[in-house]
Design a protein around this ligand. Structure first.
Ligand code: NA7
Length: 852
C-alpha cells in the first residue's frame, strides 16, 4: 500500500521524472511518482505519429547520469526515431527498476498548499489525496495539445488524428483521402510518411516553416570519437554551451562576408544535417534581422532547388519570420513530397478554412471531402501542463491566475507564493531552446541537491522572493529583447494559442549562462530564496543577473583575453592599444557625408571630423567631445557613435580632437572645447549648420569637456547653446562617490584606471576647479536643457546622477536616463550591443528636441 504522506510527489514519467525518481531513491526521500499514461517516455510515449524523430543527435540526446548506459545501449541512427527513444526509456526503466516506483494511469486533478502544515495536498484521478512536502512538475514542455481552434471540428464524421495523441496501434492511410492541418515540426515529419500511403493528401498551411534535411544515417564518427575519447569533457562542454550541444560559438557576422561566402559556409553547415548547425553559422543571425535574412534566403534557395512548381516553392518559403524565430525543423523528404502528383498544398492565407464539415473541409471557394483529418496544430507549450494541473498556492491563489499575464518564475524552477513547488524545464529556463536532456538533468540535480540541503539544514520550505522573481523576469525579457525572436508568432511567444499572453516563454540567454546563474544562486547561499524551518529562517535576497546579457557576454569575452590593465601602460602604449581595439568594431551607420578638417583651438590647430546627415541642410549642430580619459582618443575615435547620433537625430556632428594629457594637462581640454565651440558658432553657415541651433555633446571625459564648455559659454557671454548631451560624464574629481567602489573593478572602466586618467590630467588642487569638476560650480543655473545618461555599472554613475540632480535643483530642464544593466562603454558600442540601441535612440530624440 503506497504511503499517503511522502516527502516528494512527482508528476510525469518522462525523462525528467524517471531520473528524479532514481535520485530520490538514492538520497532516501519517500516519494510517489504519478503518470497519466500507461508507460514511461513522456513526449516519446504520446507522440507516435509516423516520422516522429528527435532533432538532436543521439550522441547528445541521451542520459549522462548512468555511464553504463553508454556501453549498454547502442543507437542505430544519428537522429533516433520515436520507437527507438521509447525503447531506450523502457530499457532504462527496467535496468533501474523504475517501473516499480511509478503509478501509471494516474492523473493529477489538483494540488493545494497548506500553509499551516507546510505541505501540499495532491488529488489524483483515482480519488486519492496524497500529502507531501515537495511537489515536482515533470510534466514536459510540449505535452498538452492545443485545443482545436478551427470552426466545425466536432462535425467531422471521418477519422480524426492529433499528432500529439497518436493511436498506439498506428494508422494505415492506404487508399485514403487525407487532410493535414499544420506545418510545424510534427506536420513536416509526418507528411512524407502519410503521402507514401494516402491516395490523396492535402496540406493546409498557415505559415511555411524553415526545414533542413536530417541526412539521417549512423551518428557522425567524429562526435562518437570525441565522446569516447573523453566523455567527461564532452559533457562538460555541452552543459556550459549555448544550447546543450558542444558546438563552438561562431565569431563571424553574416554581414561581414559576401552572400556567396555566406552560402558556402551555410552549405557546409547544411551538409552536417544537424539542427543547430545552421543557426550557429553566424554570431548575429538571432539578433540582427539583416544577418538573419542571409540564412533565411539560403533556406529559401534550398526550397526552390527542390520543389518543381515555382508557385508551390514560393508558398513553402518563409518570409514573415526570421530563421530560428519559430522552431526550425528537420525533415526527411518533406519538400520533395510536394512534387508528387497526389499531394496538394493549400495556403490558408489566401484560402482560409471556413469550416470543417461532416465530410471534409470548406476552404476558400472550395469544399473537399476527406476520409481522415490529421491535426498537427501544436501544443499549449511550456505552461499548458503546469497550469492545467490546478495548482493553488498560498492564500488560495492559483498558478493559473498568477500567470494570467505570463509565467512568473525564479530561474524557471520556482514561483513566489508556491513554496516547495518545482518545475522541471519550466518557463524562464532554457528548456525548449536547448537539448532537453541536458536541461532536464541539470534541473533534477538542482532539485535533488536543494532537497538534500534543506533536510541537512533543517529547512522545511523554500520559496523565491518577489525581488528575485521580478529580477529574473526582467533578465529573461532583457535576453529576449536583444534578439529578433519576438517578431515571430511562435509558440515560444505563446502566439499559437488564442488568448495566451505574448511573452517569451523559454529563457534565451543560453544553457551555460543559465547553469552558471543557478550555480551562483546556490553558492551565494540561495540568493533570492527564503528558506524556513520551525526554528530558523534564511533569506539572502537579491538579484542574480543584473548586467545586460549582451554586455555580460562582452565582459566574459574580454576576460578570456587576459588583457593588461591600461593603467599599467604608458600613455603612448594606452593610445596604441585603444586604437587597435577601435579598429575591430563595426563602423556604424552610413551618414550623408564625412569630412575632416582643422579648427583653431585655444593653443594651436585642432583636428575635427564632420558628420553630415543625408537630408538637405542646413542642420542643427552638435559639437562633440570624445571619450578617453583626456589621455587618448581623437576626433575619429567615437566614429560609430557619432555616425549613429548624426543619422538618428538629423544633426551635424562635429567631433573635436581636443589636446590630451599628460602633454597638455588641465585646463587644455576645457579651453580647447570652448575655443572649438566658438569657432563652430562663427562658421556655422559655412559648415552647413544653423548658428543659433548648437548643442554640445560628449561621452566620459568628453562629457566632462562638454559640460565644462557649456558652463564657459554661459559664463563668457555665449555662444548661446540649445542643449547639452552628456553620456556618462566625468563631473567630479573627488572620487567620493559610492559607485567608484561598487563598480570599481569588473566593468572595463575601473576605479584605478579612472585615477590614472585624473593623475595625468589634473592635480588634486586643480580638480577642485569647476572647469575640471563641473559638479563643483557655484551655480548651475542658466545652463541649457540637458540630456544626461548614466549607467548602472559605471564607476562614474553617481557623479553623473549628482550632476543631473544639481542641474534640476538649479532649474535646468533635465532628462536623465539611468541605463539599467549598462556599463561605462556599452552605449557607445554601436551594432555590437543591441541593448544600447534604445538608449541611443533616446539620446538622438533628445538632441533633436533641443532644436525644436
Ligand atoms: P507547432 O510547431 O506549433 O506547429 C503547429 C502547426 O499548426 C503550425 O504550422 C501552425 O501554424 C499550425 N496551426 C495551428 N493552429 C492552426 C489553425 N487553427 N489553423 C491552421 N493551422 C494551424 O507544433 P508541432 O507539433 O508541429 O511541433 C511542436 C514541437 O514539437 C516542435 O517545435 C518540436 O520542438 C517538437 P502557425 O505557424 O501557428 O501559423
Amino acid at each position: 500500500m503506497a504511503q499517503s504522506d511522502v516527502d516528494v510527489v512527482v508528476v510525469g514519467a518522462g525523462f525528467a521524472g524517471m531520473y528524479l525518481l532514481h535520485e530520490l531513491r538514492k538520497t532516501g526521500f519517500s516519494h510517489r511518482l504519478l503518470e497519466a499514461g500507461d508507460d514511461v517516455g513522456g513526449t516519446w510515449y504520446w507522440n507516435r505519429y509516423p516520422g516522429a524523430r528527435c532533432d538532436i543527435a543521439t550522441t547528445d540526446y541521451q542520459y549522462t547520469w548512468d555511464p553504463e548506459l553508454h556501453e549498454q545501449w547502442q543507437w542505430s541512427e544519428k537522429h533516433a526515431a520515436q520507437p527507438e527513444i521509447l525503447r531506450y526509456a523502457q530499457f532504462v526503466a527496467k535496468k533501474h527498476d523504475l517501473y516499480s516506483g511509478i503509478e501509471f494511469n494516474t492523473r493529477v486533478d489538483g494540488a493545494q498548499w497548506n500553509e499551516v502544515a507546510k505541505r501540499w495536498s495532491i488529488h489524483t484521478s483515482t480519488g486519492e489525496t496524497i500529502t507531501c512536502q515537495h511537489y515536482v512538475m515533470a510534466t514536459g514542455c510540449l505535452s498538452v495539445p492545443k485545443e482545436p481552434d478551427i470552426v466545425g471540428t466536432e462535425k467531422f464524421t471521418g477519422n480524426v488524428y492529433v499528432t500529439g495523441r497518436w493511436p498506439h496501434e498506428g494508422v494505415d492511410f492506404t487508399g485514403k483521402r487525407v487532410a493535414v492541418i499544420g506545418t510545424g515540426s510534427s506536420g513536416i515529419q509526418s507528411i512524407p510518411h502519410i503521402a507514401d500511403q494516402a491516395k490523396e493528401l492535402v496540406i493546409f498551411q498557415r505559415t511555411p516553416n524553415f526545414s533542413m534535411p536530417a541526412f539521417n544515417g549512423p551518428a557522425p564518427q567524429d562526435r562518437i570519437e570525441r565522446l569516447k575519447a573523453d566523455r567527461v569533457t564532452y559533457q562538460h562542454e555541452a552543459r556550459y554551451s549555448g544550447t546543450g550541444v558542444p558546438l563552438e560559438d561562431s565569431t563571424v557576422s553574416a554581414l561581414s562576408v559576401t552572400q556567396e561566402e555566406a552560402f558556402v559556409m551555410l552549405e557546409e553547415a547544411w551538409q552536417k544535417g544537424e539542427l543547430l548547425s545552421l543557426g550557429n553559422t553566424f554570431m548575429d543571425s538571432a539578433i540582427n534581422r539583416k544577418a538573419n535574412d542571409v540564412v533565411a534566403e539560403f533556406m529559401r534557395m534550398k526550397v526552390r532547388s527542390v520543389v518543381k512548381d515555382p508557385e508551390v516553392a514560393e508558398l513553402l518559403s518563409p518570409y514573415k519570420h526570421g530563421y530560428g524565430t519559430k522552431r526550425p525543423c528537420m525533415d526527411t523528404g518533406y519538400f520533395e513530397t510536394f512534387n508528387k502528383p497526389h499531394v496538394r498544398l493549400v495556403d490558408l492565407n489566401t484560402s482560409p478554412i471556413r469550416s470543417i464539415t461532416e465530410t471534409g473541409i470548406d476552404f476558400g471557394k472550395e469544399s473537399m471531402e476527406f476520409d481522415a483529418i490529421v491535426y498537427a496544430t501544436g501544443f499549449d507549450a511550456m505552461t499548458g501542463a503546469i497550469v492545467s494541473a490546478n495548482i493553488t498556492g498560498k492564500n488560495g491563489v492559483t498558478l493559473k491566475s498568477k500567470w494570467e499575464h505570463g509565467p512568473l518564475t525564479y530561474l524557471g524552477l520556482t514561483s513566489v507564493g508556491f513554496p516547495n513547488l518545482y518545475m522541471i524545464t519550466g518557463p524562464g529556463s532554457p528548456s525548449v531552446l536547448s537539448n532537453m536532456m541536458v536541461s532536464i538533468e541539470q534541473h533534477v540535480d538542482w532539485i535533488r541537491d536543494t532537497l538534500v540541503h534543506m533536510r541537512e539544514q533543517g529547512f522545511e520550505t523554500i520559496e523565491p522572493t518577489p525581488l528575485a522573481e521580478e529580477g529574473w523576469r526582467v533578465h529573461c525579457t532583457d535576453c529576449a529583447d536583444i534578439t529578433i525572436f519576438q517578431e515571430a508568432n511562435s509558440w515560444y511567444m505563446g502566439a499559437n494559442v488564442p488568448g495566451k499572453p505574448r511573452v517569451m516563454f523559454p529563457y534565451i540567454g543560453g544553457v551555460g549562462r543559465y547553469r552558471l546563474a543557478c550555480e551562483e544562486v546556490v553558492n551565494k547561499g540561495f540568493l533570492g530564496f527564503e528558506l524556513a524551518g520551525s526554528t530558523k529562517k534564511q533569506c539572502n535576497d537579491g538579484l542574480v543577473r543584473e548586467v545586460q546579457p549582451d554586455v555580460d557576454m562582452v565582459l566574459d569575452f574580454i576576460a578570456t583575453l587576459n588583457l593588461p590593465a591600461m593603467e599599467t601602460m604608458t600613455p603612448t602604449e594606452a593610445r596604441a592599444f585603444s586604437e587597435a581595439s577601435s579598429a575591430m568594431r563595426p563602423s556604424g551607420p552610413e551618414v550623408g557625408e564625412i569630412s575632416d578638417g582643422v579648427l583653431p583651438g585655444a593653443d594651436g590647430e585642432l583636428e575635427y571630423r564632420l558628420y553630415r546627415p543625408a537630408t538637405p541642410g542646413p542642420h542643427p549642430i552638435a559639437v562633440y567631445f570624445h571619450g578617453g580619459g583626456w589621455v587618448f582618443g581623437s576626433h575619429t575615435s567615437d566614429d560609430p557613435l557619432c555616425r549613429d547620433l548624426c543619422a538618428q537625430s538629423n544633426t551635424l556632428i562635429i567631433s573635436v580632437n581636443y589636446r590630451h594629457a599628460p602633454e597638455a594637462p588641465f585646463p587644455a581640454a576645457a579651453e580647447d572645447g570652448f575655443a572649438a565651440l566658438k569657432w563652430v558658432h562663427a562658421n556655422a553657415g559655412a559648415l552647413g549648420g544653423i548658428a543659433d541651433q548648437i548643442a554640445v555633446a560628449g561621452w566620459s571625459a568628453g562629457g566632462n569637456v562638454a559640460a565644462v564648455t557649456a558652463q564657459m559659454a554661459r559664463d563668457k557671454g555665449g555662444p548661446q547653446l540649445s542643449g547639452q548631451l552628456l553620456l556618462c560624464p566625468v563631473t567630479d574629481g573627488s572620487h567620493q562617490h559610492r559607485s567608484h567602489i561598487e563598480n570599481g573593478e569588473r566593468f572595463i572602466l575601473t576605479k584605478s584606471l579612472m585615477e590614472w586618467f585624473w593623475n595625468h590630467y589634473a592635480t588634486p588642487e586643480q580638480r577642485k576647479s569647476p572647469q575640471a569638476s563641473p559638479l563643483l560650480a557655484a551655480s548651475l543655473a542658466g545652463l541649457p536643457p540637458t540630456m544626461l545618461v548614466t549607467c548602472q555599472f559605471d564607476p562614474l554613475r553617481d557623479e553623473g546622477n549628482a550632476y543631473a540632480r544639481a542641474l534640476m535643483q538649479a532649474g535646468v530642464k533635465v532628462e536623465h536616463v539611468e541605463a539599467r544593466g549598462h556599463i561605462h562603454t556599452s552605449i557607445t558600442m554601436v551594432d555590437m550591443l543591441p541593448s544600447g540601441a534604445p538608449h541611443r535612440r533616446e539620446m538622438a530624440r533628445a538632441l533633436r528636441g533641443f532644436f525644436s
